[in-house]
Design a protein around this ligand. Structure first.
Ligand SMILES: [Fe+2]
Ligand SMILES: [Fe+2]
Length: 227
């Protein structure tokens, strides 16, 4: 038997041992956290990142470490805001009662994005860089209080299919996180390790899949929060 034949056989035997992975689209919505749970977990994770930033600042950590963390925060917030705008907010706009609340949240997102833009287009050597990260954290605290105190409870009352929404959000998040370097235009991408991320060939297929999920939701929606 030639070496190449051995290698082919070995590969084939190994593949038998590896259970086939269920594609995300085939998983049941119940296997995902519901949308409120998933977004609340995001809120906690980003709060931890802001706290870590403050601790690093207090320890006078290296600029490179701080700018990498600021980039991580900006990517996480950009993805989070986008999935809320594409999936949660449109679903909630179907109810007349929640439109004002969602309008306010969308305006807050615009402010968050403006601050993110300032941070990611700037440099840690800028005199106001750390202040901008701190103000972003304070603003996010305020926004999260409104979402968790008012918007999420309303989402539960609306009897939305929160597991189906959770699945759509998880898939869209994964797709966006596949290409973090595309999420933010950053002068200091190397510090964040963002340029090392490879583009996934799966992303276009996943995008199509999620767009279907989102468009189903938006088919009856008369108004969108996306710019
Ligand atoms: Fe949120
Ligand atoms: Fe939000």
């Amino acid at each position: 038997m030639s070496n190449s034949k051995v290698a082919t056989t070995a590969k084939s035997d190994n593949s038998k041992d590896t259970p086939a992975k269920t594609p995300e689209s085939k998983k049941s919505p119940e296997s995902y956290p519901d949308a409120v749970e998933l977004l609340t977990t995001d809120h906690k994770a980003v709060k931890n990142l802001f706290e870590t930033y403050q601790k690093l600042l207090n320890k006078a950590s290296e600029s490179k470490e701080l700018s990498a963390l600021a980039n991580q925060i900006c990517v996480a917030l950009t993805v989070h805001a986008q999935v809320e705008e594409e999936l949660l907010y449109p679903a909630m706009r179907k109810s007349f009662d929640t439109q004002e609340l969602i309008d306010e949240a969308a305006v807050e997102h615009a402010t968050v994005k403006a601050l993110i833009e300032q941070i990611t287009s700037g440099n840690r050597r800028d005199s106001l860089y750390d202040a901008k990260v701190k103000v972003l954290g304070e603003y996010i605290d305020h926004h999260v209080k409104e979402e968790e105190g008012e918007i999420f409870p309303k989402a539960k009352k609306l009897k939305l299919d929160l597991h189906a929404l959770g699945k759509a959000i998880a898939i869209r998040k994964a797709e966006l996180m596949d290409e973090p370097a595309d999420i933010i235009e950053n002068k200091d991408k190397s510090a964040a390790g963002l340029t090392e991320q490879s583009k996934s060939p799966k992303s276009s297929a996943k995008k199509e899949e999620t767009t279907v999920a989102a468009s189903k939701d938006e088919s009856t929606n008369k108004k969108s929060t996306s710019p």
